[in-house]
Design a protein around this ligand. Structure first.
Ligand code: FMN
Ligand code: SF4
Length: 470
């Protein structure tokens, strides 16, 4: 399949033409406005307060915490740049494990048993940066993403992968050398884990976060539970059972905290695991599990939002009105989750123009928003739009396809993008994320993550040379 890099569409007309060729009708505006009537400047009414504008910083891990789970100088630097970005919603900072065996890597930040002073400091410095850039903080909303990595747990360097899946999956089990049921989490294990989430949320409230995200995406535990149709017991089978984990955590948090809000980051659709075909291009790896992709159709490579819509009703019934949409998993189908022209070192060449991957997330989010106008939706996967990101962002917000535009990789290479757009400055081309995927390749090879090609600070680090060889 042949397609050009998005950077080759240099004019609005060329880019519009490409959207047409791909039969994608997503809102795409010629001029991005910075006046007070700009859609991206408008606040979002949320609870009894406002979220100051329509940019959100998505959770972005740096694989740079200390072995005992504390933030390092690199972690502080990243969170401060999130704070200075100008976005008024910060969705979680990064995935923080609720306990050691659920860490996805030895450097993942961990909710401590202690008083949480480091997490408090991260949050404080993030907010302070906004003040330093002379912006209001009263309409800043900051959450903390709580996670257990489940199947993708790898807490100890010496041990390597230590998966704790909730169901068997032919392809994924083989990739992780899971040969029997011995590592499956039991119902009793899950009940203990529910309490760990509740304790972590208590701490998050104590140190000043506005909300916690009960992570349900990217193949980690919360997300895998949603596809546990073939799991027996209280947490598998029916939709009600597969969502018990979220319901029980939510009830527990409500009774253990005073005013902490809850959000959910959800992979709203999923595909089969992909692998590299003979020509290097990604292909779905054969298996018979197509029917258990949450939000996927029976082909394993299509979207069916019937259950995600049911999930939105569940959120409403739990009084959860903050939703961040994403898709699939970076481990087994990265092209649907973080569309990129250049794959990470363990990836495959994209099987579609990455613009299609962006549009798939945009369209699916639009569908959910249309049916649930009362919920606040944050979208993801926009970074591949590169220089054209603000033009689509303004269009999707103006047309109520989404409430807030989430920035992932773009915020690593160009943390000030929201401020530049909102203050009417043109996009700084040299800082625009070109989806080189080094920020994914680095952690896959045990290195800290950051934007090695474009951020001077990382460019000078020794890991850059290792990455070049990779
Ligand atoms: C280096 C890196 C770290 C990430 N860390 C997290 C994380 O901690 N939690 C999470 O939910 N998603 C994480 N993601 C996914 C992003 O939040 C986002 O969904 C994805 O990059 C697609 O958005 P984008 O096109 O703006 O990059 C990470 C992605 C990358 C590339
Ligand atoms: S390394 Fe930098 S340019 Fe490459 S994908 Fe990550 S943020 Fe973008």
């Amino acid at each position: 399949m042949k397609y050009s890099r998005i950077a080759s569409y240099k004019t609005y007309e060329q880019m519009s033409e490409r959207f047409k060729e791909l039969e994608l009708s997503i809102p795409f505006e010629k001029e991005v406005s910075s006046g007070s009537d700009s859609p991206l400047q408008q606040p979002i009414a949320w609870k009894n307060q406002q979220i100051g504008n329509r940019f959100c910083i998505l959770p972005m891990e740096g694989w740079d915490g200390t072995p005992d789970g504390k933030p390092s100088d690199l972690t502080y630097r990243r969170w401060k740049s999130f704070g200075a970005s100008g976005a008024k919603l910060i969705w979680g900072g990064e995935a923080v494990a609720v306990r050691h065996d659920g860490r996805a890597n030895t450097n993942q930040v961990l909710i401590p048993d202690s008083k949480g002073s480091e997490i408090e400091e991260l949050r404080r410095q993030e907010g302070q940066e906004l003040e330093r850039t002379q912006q209001r903080t009263s309409d800043l909303v900051i959450g903390l993403q709580l996670t257990h990595s489940g199947r993708y747990s790898r807490p100890d360097l010496e041990v390597g992968p230590a998966p704790l899946p909730i169901r068997r999956n032919g392809v994924l089990d083989r990739r992780l050398s899971i040969n029997d049921d011995s590592r499956l989490l039991s119902d009793d294990d899950l009940k203990v884990l529910i309490d760990d989430f509740i304790q972590a949320a208590k701490l998050a409230e104590k140190v000043g976060f506005d909300f916690v995200d009960i992570k349900h995406c990217h193949g980690y535990l919360g997300h895998e539970l949603l596809s546990g149709i073939d799991r027996a017991g209280e947490f598998g089978g029916s939709f009600e059972n597969r969502t018990r984990f979220l319901r029980e955590i939510t009830h527990g948090i409500r009774s253990a905290t005073r005013s902490l809000s809850i959000g959910v980051r959800l992979s709203i659709f999923d595909f089969l695991p992909f692998c590299m075909g003979e020509d290097g291009i990604g292909i779905p790896e054969n298996n018979s599990n197509a029917e258990v992709c949450f939000g996927g159709d029976s082909t394993g490579t299509g979207v069916d939002l019937t259950e995600p819509l049911e999930f939105m009703n569940l959120l409403r019934s739990l009084n959860i009105n903050l939703v961040c949409t994403t898709a699939g998993s970076p481990y087994y189908n990265p092209h649907i989750q973080r569309p990129a022209f250049f794959p990470p070192s363990d990836g495959y060449q994209p099987p579609e123009d990455p613009i299609v991957g962006v549009a798939r997330q945009v369209m699916a989010t639009k569908h959910l928003k249309e049916k649930n106008p009362d919920l606040v939706f944050v979208g993801s996967g926009y970074s591949y739009l590169q220089d054209w990101l603000p033009n689509v962002a303004q269009g999707v917000v103006r047309n109520h396809w989404v409430d807030s535009v989430g920035l992932g990789r773009m915020v690593l290479s160009y943390p000030n993008l929201p401020r530049d757009v909102l203050e009417g400055r043109s996009v700084h081309r040299k800082k625009v994320c070109r989806t080189f995927s080094d920020c994914t390749t680095a952690p896959r090879n045990g290195l800290v993550s950051g934007c090695f090609p474009l951020d001077d600070y990382y460019r000078k680090r020794p890991e850059r040379e290792i990455l070049k060889r990779l």
